[in-house]
Design a protein around this ligand. Structure first.
Ligand SMILES: [Zn+2]
Ligand SMILES: [Zn+2]
Length: 498
């Protein structure tokens, strides 16, 4: 950074001189941006032989007072050098000047003053805007000043060209969290869990390398969420095998073998092998082609007449509806405020009448709450244990739902849930809030509302199955084994089949 106490230059400049931008018409300070000593590699490659388009010096005429108010960096600079009239920065990367101009215009004249050419038509620009905002001390305090600009760019990316894709989700999920865009973040993290494999969930298209490590905070929750969805598929598909192993008929072995062979032919079995090759969305899609009839005509145990198709349909539905994406509100709430009592902290993070999305901007089930948790894991475990204990108590007393297959309104139910005011914020709508517009990409014939129809009991998604599962995850994570001993819940899931 170079500074100067010279008089402010006029806004007219020679063709090859600094290019002036009057952000504040009567501004009393100049920010000069000079090209990097070495142009970015990509620019040199793309424009080989041509002058680099970012090679020109630009000068932004700004208001010292506005800079002082919105930038921690400039506050420090003005404190150290009260008579300064101009400062020089080196443009760090492609898009740096655009991003600085966006910030300067937004803090001086509002985000609606941005000209058309500053729209975020490239996903890279969101990252550069975050990087520049942090470098100049505008962010995180004033991110809301350019949030509408980011939302425009987000909508542009989703509505132009091929639309939502793994690369787009990788590029935009982290900026959604930075800009506190809960709906987009939920939608994209859900998409990433189902539609990508491998361990890389974010892609930083900018030269602000430090942001890539910040973005890695998504890797843990999404990896675990994906492992849980995988386990859901695995245990549901395994259920018929379990039943055949307990049977005594002579045909049981051939039926079990043929059932597994059918799953293998679809590329879905064993599940832990399938996920190395395919995304969860692929596997769920392939399972919809499952078709199997046991060869035996005279099974004396009845186990071979199991409705295999229904088991697979349950696996599909449970997997599809399992994870709604990560919730920024749950994450925020899970971080204990300074001075907040432990009781208050636990209460604010506990479910209210089976709702795990109280005070959240978008509705979701317990898995989203669970994977969005950034607080101490022992507190999360305590909340889960307490919830489970209350459910058991209710079941023992015969109130609430009627066993696991009772009339509790499940996720997606049209029945109103939690009509009463929340204990801590009556303004916030009860759960059953609109879900994020994220929809599973492979819509097939399954009903939107699992509580409707004759077979609702079989297809109901019951979060409570996951109680033991979540607890087991907590304890087994250390041993690298996310599969849980959940045999009891598994049996109950298929309670009414056959
Ligand atoms: Zn049999
Ligand atoms: Zn939430």
């Amino acid at each position: 950074m170079e500074t100067s106490n010279r008089a402010i230059p006029t806004a007219t400049a020679a063709a090859d001189g600094p290019r002036p931008f009057a952000i504040a018409i009567n501004g009393d300070f100049i920010i000069q941006l000079t090209p990097p000593a070495t142009p970015p590699l990509s620019e040199r490659t793309v424009n080989s032989g041509q002058p680099w388009r970012g090679a020109r010096v630009v000068q932004f005429r700004v208001s010292r007072a506005v800079m002082q108010e919105h930038s921690t960096l400039f506050r420090d600079i003005f404190r150290a050098q009260p008579n300064l009239t101009m400062i020089n920065f080196e443009s760090k990367c492609s898009g740096f000047g655009y991003a600085l101009e966006i910030w300067l215009r937004a803090i001086h004249n509002g985000v609606n003053s941005l000209p058309e050419n500053l729209k975020a038509t490239h996903m890279e620009r969101a990252w550069v805007a975050i990087g520049v905002g942090e470098s100049f001390g505008f962010a995180p305090q004033h991110l809301d000043k350019i949030k509408p600009w980011f939302l425009d760019g987000y909508n542009y990316a989703l509505n132009h060209g091929p639309g939502l894709s793994p690369m787009m989700a990788r590029c935009l999920a982290f900026p959604c969290s930075v800009f506190d865009y809960a709906e987009g973040f939920m939608k994209l993290t859900k998409y990433l869990a189902y539609n990508t494999n491998g361990n890389i969930f974010t892609y930083n298209p900018s030269n602000f390398q430090a942001l890539a490590s910040d973005a890695r905070v998504l890797d843990g929750p999404l990896t675990t969420a994906r492992a849980h969805i995988q386990s859901v598929i695995d245990r549901e598909l395994f259920f018929p095998l379990e039943k055949l192993h307990r049977a005594t008929c002579v045909c049981r072995k051939e039926t079990a073998f043929d059932y597994e062979a059918t799953l293998r032919s679809l590329g879905c079995w064993p599940v832990d092998q399938a996920v190395k090759q395919y995304t969860l969305a692929d596997i769920i899609d392939y399972l919809s082609n499952f078709n199997f009839t046991p060869k035996t005509q005279a099974c004396d145990s009845g186990a071979c007449y199991h409705d295999f198709k229904k088991s697979v349909d349950i696996a599909i539905q449970r997997a599809k509806e399992y994870f709604d994406g990560l919730c920024l509100d749950c994450t925020e709430r899970s971080l204990q405020d300074e001075g907040q009592s432990r009781e208050d902290y636990i209460q604010k993070n506990s479910p209210y009448k089976d709702c795990w999305d109280m005070n959240c901007r978008f509705g979701h089930g317990r898995p989203s709450w669970y994977f969005s948790w950034m607080g101490p894991s022992d507190i999360r475990r305590d909340i889960c244990s307490k919830f489970r204990e209350e459910k058991r108590q209710e079941a023992l007393e015969g109130k609430g739902r009627q066993g696991r297959r009772g009339k509790r309104a499940g996720k997606g139910s049209t029945a109103p849930r939690n009509q009463g005011a929340a204990p801590f914020d009556p303004k916030v709508p009860p759960c059953g809030l609109p879900q994020s517009s994220s929809q599973f990409p492979n819509n097939n014939t399954l009903k939107e509302n699992p509580d409707e129809g004759d077979d609702h009991q079989d297809s109901e998604i019951d979060d409570d199955d996951d109680d033991e599962f979540f607890d087991a995850e907590d304890t087994s994570f250390e041993s690298q084994n996310v599969a849980a001993d959940d045999e009891d819940a598994e049996g109950l899931d298929h309670y009414s089949i056959n």
